[in-house]
Design a protein around this ligand. Structure first.
Ligand SMILES: CCCCCCCCCCCCCCCC(=O)SCCNC(=O)CCNC(=O)[C@H](O)C(C)(C)COP(=O)(O)OP(=O)(O)OC[C@H]1O[C@@H](n2cnc3c(N)ncnc32)[C@H](O)[C@@H]1OP(=O)(O)O
Length: 138
């Protein structure tokens, strides 16, 4: 594994910083140059939850959205926005436990970039699976 820290977007809800966005989760995003996927490690706290102790699915969607967006950005300077996002919640994500998200660029077709993502727990179980179509902005 050869991880490179990506710069993040200062104002981003997921990967921003507290000066530019006090509500940002402030997550660091890394790029694995060998395996060619993004890597986001996180430990959710109570403020991330919907039901008590169970992390809100919308927030997990935001994390995989970012993981996938940066899987494109790692090799492309153009701007892409999320056009379509699909997500499957396979196993609950609990606060206080450690998780990793990975985003993969599958292929590009014209202005479209097809991506996928997973969130896994420390035991390697898949908790969340997702996919997205990003569209290159003209
Ligand atoms: C300081 C450092 C800065 C660095 C900076 C790096 C930033 C890097 C990380 C960013 C981290 C944040 C990541 C958050 C990412 C979001 O959350 S972005 C916010 C959510 N998304 C949006 O708000 C998008 C809103 N939608 C739109 O603006 C417009 O619908 C779109 C997507 C631009 C498309 O509009 P359009 O340009 O008119 O495109 P259109 O001609 O209709 O379609 C173009 C092609 O895309 C296809 N397409 C369009 N929409 C869709 C769709 N929804 N589904 C499937 N296909 C579609 C069309 O079929 C067409 O295909 P082709 O015919 O070319 O084969």
């Amino acid at each position: 594994m050869s991880l490179v820290k990506l710069q993040g977007t200062p104002s981003c809800f997921v990967c921003g910083n507290e000066n530019d966005n006090p509500r940002s989760l402030g997550l660091n995003i890394f790029w694995d140059n060998e395996s060619r996927y993004t890597f986001i490690s996180f430990i959710p706290d109570e403020s991330w939850c919907g039901y008590e102790g169970m992390v809100h699915g919308g927030l997990l969607a935001a994390i995989i959205d970012d993981a996938m967006a940066w899987s494109i950005k790692a090799s492309d300077d153009d701007i892409y926005v999320t056009g379509k996002l699909t997500i499957s919640f396979r196993k609950e994500v609990r606060c206080g436990k450690k998780y990793v998200a990975h985003g993969f660029l599958e292929r590009k077709e014209g202005r479209r970039a097809y991506t996928s993502a997973v969130i896994k727990d420390e035991e390697g179980n898949t908790c969340v699976e997702g996919g997205a179509i990003f569209i290159r902005v003209k």
